[in-house]
Ligand binder design. Sequence first.
Ligand code: CU
Length: 216
Amino acid sequence: MKFPCQSLMLTLLIVFATAAQAEMSHMGMRMGEWGMVMNENYDQLPQGCDAIAGEVNVTIKAGREYAKEFPGTIFGYSQHEFDFPKCTRVNVTFINEDNIRHQFMIHGLPTYLHPQGMFHLELYSKGEITGTFITPKTEQTYLAHCDVAQHMEKGMKAQIKVGGGNGNLPSIPGISGQLNKDVYELDLSIENILLIFALFILGLSSCLFFFVWYKA
Ligand SMILES: [Cu+2]
């Protein structure tokens, strides 16, 4: 009875493998040693959209290079704000120019199209990938960021305005500034004034002492 047992196991294995593959394809996920494209949507219409209104191709570069013009940041995107019309298919080409992991992750999209409302592009190192999503029929500003620890806080944050958006998100480099600005206030308390005065007298008397000593 060895043969039927083996064929049964083989059949089960095939069924599970097919199911797993179907699941991955259903979730719109592509992954490899380069990174991943997750929760892609190429043709499912968001609620309220009668048809795909148009198609837009956009290229987003990620890297330390793009932080240079924004003091206090370390990472950045080549563009920190995007404007897309409603019900539009957006093909995003994501290019990582660093030798570390970066992501371009959009949040708040309809959960019936994107699990957790998220569309996710990720590259483990230098490289390029393309993924697609369809903008909802909303006037909303969506957050896009890199979720690697501290990358968003250090500048990898962007906003995506659909249908004109509904305002700006906080701390978008070049748009809404730093969330926690460094402030260096001058402390003019009496203790500090006395200290400054004492240091001034000490400095002056030292100068005088060495001047007199040198002359004598
Ligand atoms: Cu990153």
